[in-house]
Design a protein around this ligand. Structure first.
Ligand SMILES: Nc1nc2c(ncn2[C@@H]2O[C@H](COP(=O)(O)OP(=O)(O)OP(=O)(O)O)[C@@H](O)[C@H]2O)c(=O)[nH]1
Ligand SMILES: [Mg+2]
Length: 460
């Protein structure tokens, strides 16, 4: 049940653990009252606290001092959330922070949920959805590439593109609607070709936004790069060489790796989830069977496959079978152990290998690794990130809305081509606009907000 007066929420805004200072945030109608009941400003102060100024003093609960702090009152609507807010800068220890939180909660505040401060900022019109989302993205950015794209989005680039898109659609709709009233009198009043081309351009932009959103997702999640091959070709050695440490067990006996091993590497700012797997062959034991099953599962979910061959041994049916398994995947063929006399002939792989990039390396000697990194990056940029730059962050439900808007525009454009009545075309344009409003955050439901704000940390 919702209460009429919004609750007053409280959370630490700094990460858990020890730090020089810890910041506690309070937002909601009772914030200022809570502060005055707990905060004893230094003696020089006479009169009420001036807004947005830090005052030294003590937090004391029923006369018992908890910590020496700096505190600020930030009345709405100029605060971050738009509500009355308070910030308490205390010493950054667990016990201190939790004692102050407890005192606030005992007096009626409630612990905030993840992203609740920013959610309130959004509901009070302080921040738009694309910007809120970029803030979440920026905070969670683990790579330089991700950070740059998030900053770009905070700058408003995405919001501007969406607004421009909507303007274009509203114009197209106006051109269609103005003809509706006169249609009985004038046959050719709707300028079909112009409206169609304008709709098609808007559709292109929508599709490109959708692609960029997917690129954003890849950057956030890290692309899954799965290392596969028959046993003993040097998959684990390759993983170790990438990481420059002995992460996975390497041995001369085939079938060493059983469980999959995942580690994140960052290539030129792009995060990749490298996954080493069990050698694929007909399993000899129950454990190996499980390992092979897991390897196949990882292969199926891979964004990019590194298919490792052993240069020192002949190509076998086993290699061919693995190439076949990776048929639908973006695959780089990695010929390892090039320090040994060459015995593997790629022609023996059968159809399909020529379509793949081939990189020759020696994981043991660290040969060819730079070239391999470059090939991987080039492929990732081309296939997943849409080149350098670009990439936006749109949550998955709103991304679906982008796709639906594009589909509605496709129908509208087809309608123009077939000279359908203006009413039908207007219907599709309106459908597209409604979806766009969802992306713009002008229309939303709790589900959409939950999806976005749950990604924030508590206290943001
Ligand atoms: N000469 C040479 N030997 C290598 C190279 N890379 C790996 N090896 C050797 O090949 C053997 C197998 O290496 P692993 O990395 O365990 O191979 P794997 O593909 O992970 O094997 P499984 O986990 O059993 O499927 C080890 O004895 C490695 O030292 C290389 O570049 N050159
Ligand atoms: Mg291995």
């Amino acid at each position: 049940m919702k209460t009429l007066e919004p609750e007053t929420i409280v959370a630490p805004a700094t990460p858990e653990g020890e730090g020089a200072i810890g910041v506690i945030r309070v937002s909601g109608p009772r914030s200022l009252q809570l502060l005055s009941s707990l905060f004893r400003p230094g003696k020089s102060l006479s009169g009420p606290l001036e807004p947005f100024r830090l005052y030294p003093g003590w937090i004391a609960d029923d006369g018992e001092k908890i910590d020496q702090v700096m505190a600020a009152a930030m009345p709405g609507p100029k605060s971050y959330t738009g509500e009355d807010m308070v910030e308490i800068h205390c010493h950054g220890g667990r016990a201190v922070i939790s004692a102050i939180l407890d005192a606030l909660i005992r007096r009626g505040a409630r612990p905030a949920e993840a992203g609740e401060f920013t959610r309130r900022a959004f509901l009070h019109g302080k921040i738009d959805l694309t910007r809120a989302e970029s803030v979440a993205w920026l905070i969670s950015a683990r790579s330089e590439e991700e950070r740059l794209r998030a900053v770009d989005q905070i700058g408003g680039g995405l919001g501007e593109r969406l607004t421009a898109l909507r303007r274009r659609l509203v114009e197209a709709l106006a051109r269609v609607e103005v003809t509706l009233d006169f249609e009985e009198f004038e046959e050719e009043s709707l300028p079909y070709p112009e409206v169609e081309s304008s709709i098609r351009e808007a559709r292109e932009e929508l599709c490109s936004l959708e692609r960029e959103a997917r690129a954003g997702e890849y950057l956030r999640e890290g692309l899954k790069v799965v290392i596969v091959g028959k046993p003993n070709v040097g998959k684990s050695s390759l993983l170790n060489t990438f990481l420059a440490r002995k992460r996975a067990i390497v041995s001369r006996s085939p079938g060493t790796t059983r469980d999959t091993i995942e580690e994140v590497i960052v290539l030129d700012g792009v995060p990749l989830k490298l996954i080493d797997t069990a050698g694929l062959r007909r399993p000899r034991t129950g454990i190996e069977e499980e390992g092979v099953a897991r390897a196949r599962e990882k292969l199926a979910g891979a964004d990019l496959v590194l298919l490792v061959l052993d240069s020192g041994t002949r190509i076998t049916d086993n290699d061919r079978e693995i190439l076949r398994l990776a048929r639908d995947k973006r695959t780089l063929i990695v010929v390892n152990k090039t320090d040994l006399p060459a015995r593997a002939e790629l022609e023996g792989l059968g159809d399909g290998w020529e379509k793949r990039e081939v990189v020759r390396i020696s994981a043991e000697k660290n040969w060819g690794m730079e070239r391999l990194r470059e090939e991987i990056l080039a492929l990732v940029r081309k296939e997943f990130l849409g080149g350098k730059g670009g990439g936006v962050m749109i949550s998955s439900r709103r991304r679906t809305a982008l796709k639906e808007a594009a589909a509605a525009l496709e129908t509208a454009a087809a309608g123009c081509r077939e000279r359908l009545s203006g009413e039908l075309i207007a219907l599709d344009l309106n459908r597209a606009l409604a979806r766009l409003r969802l992306v713009l955050g002008e229309e939303f439901d709790d589900g959409v907000l939950d999806e976005i704000f749950s990604r924030f940390c508590v206290g943001k």
